[in-house]
Design a protein around this ligand. Structure first.
Ligand code: NAD
Length: 350
């Protein structure tokens, strides 16, 4: 069975970023501004060519439209993707040049951290543009690294999804975590505290080995993490973790993780269903980070963030129940719900 996930129109705008001197080379893709400024992080990665960087920017921007809509945020979807310069490079110059490009868009795009970028990088952006979040928190206000909020939302979603799919709490379950970076590491900490057993993999040995020492996690090779004997698979690295081959090898009965765009192709959602593997849609469970970013940009306080992040897990539970009731993929149901929100805003604006 092949399920086609409905898709919105192509990106509203795609901006090419190029400043040879500063080492800036990439794109800002703005997919939708129906609900508010296009918001989504800035990724710095070693893309082999421009085509792959552009493809990633467009897919990630689209994902942000859906994520922001379903999280109830007054934000559209966008993303910046920068090619990491080879060898040594001047980070300050690069992120100031990026910041100037963000400022030139006059608030159409709001940036923050993503894979490969840090709070320090966003501070450089903030020196030239006000359309940035993920800056150090000011007392009483929302702000700072969004990763712990993302991890909290993923962890709580996993609790609800495990109850739904496995009729168990997390104590004693084995969770295979792919990618132990900012979000993955915090998720591991929460899982260890909840009594889960951890199996982890990361392409960066230093990142995974510190977790082995702290939580007694079992370390496996990155090529094995998806097929280890585990109850839950948590993709927390890059996108495309679930392709047909990987899903064919999964032993876990539930997939719930932080990575964006986990399904390599839309038909993988149907394959998961066929194999009886529950799937907590990526952009629903990982909304904690953008909730924090949004609150910071809008000048809200931490209580607003807590309130909205606490809504993620019940939303995931309701989504899984509705999908099961209707015999459809949770990914498809989530997309439809997000599209309804965006279409409603478009109707109101017309
Ligand atoms: P990060 O860069 O801190 O961590 C990613 C980790 O994955 C790194 O340690 C990297 O070495 C590792 N990795 C890369 N390829 C791998 C592979 N093939 N196998 C195993 N490990 C691999 O990034 P992060 O902020 O922790 O984000 C993780 C994922 O969650 C990303 O997909 C990101 O888009 C998504 N996400 C993050 C946030 C956030 O608040 N940081 C919010 C929403 C979604």
């Amino acid at each position: 069975m092949v399920v086609r996930l409905a898709r919105l129109a192509p990106p509203l705008e795609c901006v090419r970023l190029y400043d040879l001197e500063a080492g800036l080379d990439g794109f800002i893709a703005i997919h939708s501004t129906a609900l508010g400024p296009g918001a989504g992080g800035c990724r710095l990665w070693s893309y082999p060519d421009m085509k792959q960087a552009l493809g990633d920017a467009v897919r990630l921007a689209e994902g942000m439209s859906y994520k922001n809509a379903l999280a109830g945020l007054p934000l559209g979807g966008a993303k910046a993707v920068l090619r990491k310069p080879e060898g040594e490079f001047d980070r300050v110059a690069l992120f100031r040049a990026f910041g100037r490009a963000v400022e030139n868009l006059g608030g159409l795009y709001v940036t923050a951290e993503d894979v490969g970028t840090s709070v320090e990088d966003m501070q450089e952006v903030a020196s030239v543009s006000r359309h940035v979040a993920g800056l150090p928190a000011v007392a009483g206000r929302a702000g700072g690294d969004p990763s712990p909020w993302t991890a909290k939302g993923v962890f709580e979603s996993m609790q609800v999804a495990a109850e739904f799919a496995l009729a168990r709490d997390l104590a004693g379950l084995t969770v295979a975590v792919q990618g132990t970076g900012n979000v993955g590491a915090d998720l591991c900490r929460r899982l260890a505290e909840a009594g889960a057993r951890l199996v982890i993999a990361d392409v960066n040995p230093a990142r995974r080995d510190r977790l082995r020492a702290v939580h007694g996690a079992e370390v496996v090779d990155v090529s094995e993490i998806a097929s280890v004997d585990a109850d839950i698979f948590a993709p927390c690295a890059l996108g495309g973790a679930l392709d047909r081959e990987t899903v064919g090898k999964l032993k876990a009965r539930l997939v719930c993780g932080a990575a964006n765009n986990q399904l390599a192709t839309p038909d993988v959602a149907a394959l998961l269903m066929e194999r009886g593997i529950a799937y907590a849609p990526d952009y629903v469970v990982n909304a904690g980070g953008i909730i924090n970013v949004s609150a910071e940009y809008l000048g809200e306080d931490e209580e607003d963030v807590k309130f909205r992040v606490a809504e993620i897990a019940p939303r995931v539970g309701a989504l899984l129940e509705r999908a099961a009731r209707e015999g459809r993929s949770p990914a498809l149901v989530a997309d439809e719900m997000a599209e309804e929100v965006i279409a409603g805003a478009q109707r109101e604006a017309a």
